[in-house]
Write a protein that binds this ligand. Structure first.
Ligand code: NAD
Length: 453
């Protein structure tokens, strides 16, 4: 059945139907209307899967998708244009240009944590660039997966865009097929499986992965804002965010005031300590894993949980070392382990001892410190004096490096990701330069040396 879907999409793609500007614009418009029409369906589904509030669903998911869509509609014509390039001397009197073409049949595999955003934002790129797409939402966000399937089925014919729902069996079957591009968002572990499967067909991939993203607070930082913005990064989606600050490295002098300000920020976010609007943990398996990471650690703040609804309070953990269980894996939950430092060099050593992170956050008022970390640390993207906020901007490429991913997307970068750029040289037939042809005489070589040397 999956074979059939791919074959039908390939046939449709090869018919050339997806290539025109008008077709792509129409598809973007249809998608926009479908999202607007089905907003409450999607919000309810995310509420079911993650207890995601309407505000958070709009702010982090539907609103961002619509913003990305608008940006593509505005710029698509310019992006699709062929670009003239200056010819080299050896090519004269010909012309050079770069000609974008779609890859063809694409596969988009999405995780459960931002199930709408991470399915539709890549899809917008695939549509803009003129591809067909098979979407594979995560089975963990079951309600959202079926809502997405409904939205897509009602909006597009399956030979153009379709959804395959399911778990392991469907994932494996999909990866056996030959796609022309695979866009995967998920864990580094599954990323390796996807890349190995893609390698069999030499299919190019984008891998949007995760990892442990550090946040540093030095002694010059505005502690009130640092605490508030870090708390926000850990509370949104209950910390189940690929770019959530994973662990905190804080200068020992400011640790106590940070803890106080963190508590104040939570009190502001949740008046009367009512945390009902906060997201819950996606599955019992993920919930038990997080409880396991807290067990036996010193809790400075929070630490309560509710088994009936898989809820965990935002929690600060103390006495953490690099050997602690919580430092061995991506946390992906509302727990923030605290490690202290005296010298910035210690932070650099800690971060370099771990795989390259997807995000990096620094809170410091010292421009030299800000520069130091940009020079010394490799990371996908990040913020100075904030967390997460480098994400919502279609003009900034979003992606990882090393263990946190390959490639990037958002806005123009999504169009580029789903596009193959052909280099074309168009030669004149009115004139033929003899220089390149044999026989190579001494005089010709002299001239060539003059031209190229
Ligand atoms: P995951 O890797 O378990 O799953 C991602 C997708 O792959 C899902 O659609 C899932 O059904 C599929 N999948 C799972 N096992 C598979 C297998 N063996 N073969 C083929 N496909 C398989 O990730 P997750 O738990 O859904 O999401 C959490 C991870 O994703 C975290 O590591 C997080 O950091 C990362 N993430 C990254 C980004 C980003 O933009 N870089 C965004 C969100 C999440």
């Amino acid at each position: 059945m999956i074979k059939d879907i791919v074959e039908k999409q390939r046939k449709f793609y090869l018919s050339g139907a997806t290539r025109s500007h008008s077709f792509r614009m129409e598809a973007l418009t249809k998608l926009k209307q479908a999202l607007q029409k089905n907003e409450s369906l999607l919000v309810e589904a995310m509420q079911t899967d993650l207890n995601k509030s309407e505000s958070e669903s709009f702010l982090c998911e539907i609103g961002m998708v619509l913003d990305e869509l608008k940006y593509h509609q505005k710029h698509l014509r310019a992006w699709m244009k062929e670009r003239r390039i200056r010819p080299s001397k050896a090519q004269l009197p010909g012309k050079c240009f770069i000609s974008p073409e779609p890859y063809g049949v694409t596969l988009i595999m999405a995780p459960w944590n931002y199930p709408v955003n991470l399915c539709f934002v890549p899809l917008i790129g695939a549509i803009s660039a003129g591809n067909t797409a098979v979407l594979k939402p995560s089975a963990y966000a079951r309600a959202t997966s079926s809502a997405i399937a409904k939205v897509i089925t009602d909006t597009f014919p399956p030979e153009y865009i379709t959804v395959v729902e399911g778990g392991r069996q469907q994932n494996t079957a999909l990866l056996e097929e030959k796609f022309d591009y695979i866009f995967f968002t998920g864990s580094p572990e599954v990323g390796r499986i996807v890349m190995a499967a893609a390698a069999k067909h030499l299919t190019p991939v984008t891998l949007e992965l995760g990892g442990k993203s550090p946040v540093i607070v030095d002694e010059t930082a505005n502690i009130r804002l640092a605490a508030k913005r870090i708390a926000f990064g850990k509370v949104v989606n209950a910390g189940q965010t690929c770019i959530a600050p994973d662990y905190l490295l804080i200068h020992e002098q400011v640790k106590e005031s940070f803890i106080k300000e963190f508590a104040k920020a939570l009190a502001e976010f949740f008046p009367g300590a009512k945390m009902d609007p906060m997201c819950t943990i996606i599955t019992p398996k993920h919930y038990e894993r997080l409880k396991g990471l807290m067990a036996g650690e010193k809790i400075l703040l929070g630490g309560k949980y509710d088994d009936t609804r898989r809820f965990i309070e935002p929690t600060l953990l103390d006495g953490i070392t690099l050997a602690s269980p919580i430092m061995q894996e991506e946390i992906f939950g509302p727990l923030l382990p605290i490690l202290t430092f005296k010298e910035l060099e210690e932070c650099i050593n800690v971060i370099r001892s771990l795989p390259r992170p997807l995000a990096f956050y620094l809170f410091s008022e010292n421009p030299q410190t800000q520069r130091l970390f940009l020079e010394k640390i490799s990371f996908g993207g990040g913020c100075i004096n904030d967390t997460i906020m480098h994400f919502p901007n279609p003009r900034l490429p979003f992606g990882g490096v090393g263990n946190s991913g390959i490639g990037s997307y958002h806005g123009r970068h999504s169009f580029d990701t789903f596009t193959h750029y052909r280099s074309v040289f168009k030669q004149s037939t009115r004139f033929d330069m003899a220089l390149r042809y044999m026989p190579y005489t001494k005089e010709k070589l002299k001239l060539i040396r003059k031209l190229l040397g």
